[in-house]
Write a protein that binds this ligand. Structure first.
Ligand SMILES: [Zn+2]
Ligand SMILES: [Zn+2]
Length: 289
């Protein structure tokens, strides 16, 4: 299987207009891997797009991806759905003024309840078909099967284990607080070739400085890198762990500083993503930037 990280950012992309933090300044000065688009992946084998952030059209363009057969929406939060109209952008046909393709969209009940009425318009136009995911069920996405799992309060998040005949990829894009405890008891989630998981929160920057005010709600409500992500990777035991959803300002680290952090865990196969990073089961290669 081959997976490309289209956007390695989180709810905050990098650089953020008007932001003078050191991570955004680094991205303006150096570009390349320092720039991060919204959270999204592409699984080449099934022409599968995972999540639709605001900038997803441009992230697809940047990687030369022209075909999307499936769109898996992990949850309703705007940083994962605000670019949903990508289905129209991809499917609209000038010759007929209608749809030239119909994208299968996989979404959970919470997302459907929140955004379904709005998205049915695109379904009526023929650009997509909405399929409601049942946690624990398996669906066929072209050559891949997807075993869905629900997590986070009220299971408003969906993760997936994607399988072909020879390899497995597990995806948990966001809201992974306490997910390690759940998946440590689930053999089907463990030992995958690739785990793509959220990076989580940092309480301190690389020089030990506090990131954000001490009473910032995120410090306790969101997944933390040390508290949640490291135990999650330990529980999952993947051959490669790709860390995504990197909220630039809020992790306080440049790409080089994130690489140095990963090196502090020599027993874990951690790799902080950058836009365009492509990983394959069995080997790792680096994208254009
Ligand atoms: Zn998010
Ligand atoms: Zn910033």
């Amino acid at each position: 299987m081959r997976v490309t990280v289209l956007g390695s950012g989180g709810a905050l992309v990098t650089p953020r207009p008007g932001c003078g933090c050191r991570v955004c300044e680094d991205a303006r000065a150096h570009g390349g891997a320092s720039k991060r688009g919204g959270p999204s992946l592409y699984v080449h084998d099934a022409h599968l797009l995972v999540d639709a952030p605001e900038d997803v059209v441009w992230l697809l363009n940047r990687r030369g991806i022209e075909r999307v057969n499936h769109l898996f929406i992990t949850h309703w939060h705007p940083d994962h759905t605000a670019g949903f109209r990508v289905v129209e952008t991809l499917a609209w046909d000038l010759a007929t003024g209608g749809a030239r393709a119909c994208i299968d969209v996989w979404l959970n009940a919470a997302t459907l309840a929140r955004l379904g009425d709005h998205w049915r318009y695109f379904e009526r136009r023929g650009y997509c078909r909405l399929h409601t995911i049942q946690p624990g069920a398996t669906d066929q996405l072209g050559p891949l099967s997807a075993r869905w799992f629900g997590y986070a309060p009220d299971t408003f998040l969906t993760g997936a284990v994607l399988t072909d005949n020879s390899s497995r990829v597990i995806v948990a894009m966001d809201e992974t607080k306490d997910l390690a405890t759940y998946l440590a008891a689930e053999p089907w989630a463990q030992g995958c070739d690739i785990a793509v998981v959220e990076t989580g929160w940092f309480l301190q920057g690389p020089q030990g400085q506090e990131l954000g005010p001490p009473d910032l709600a995120f410090r306790t409500t969101e997944a933390g890198f040390v508290r949640d992500t490291v135990p999650l990777v330990r529980a999952l035991r993947p051959a490669q762990a790709v860390l995504v959803h990197i909220n630039g300002d809020l992790v306080g680290r440049t790409p080089a500083e994130l690489d140095a952090l990963a090196a502090e865990y020599p027993d874990l196969p951690l790799r902080f993503a950058h836009d365009g990073l492509t990983v394959t089961t069995g080997a790792t290669s680096v994208g254009d930037e």
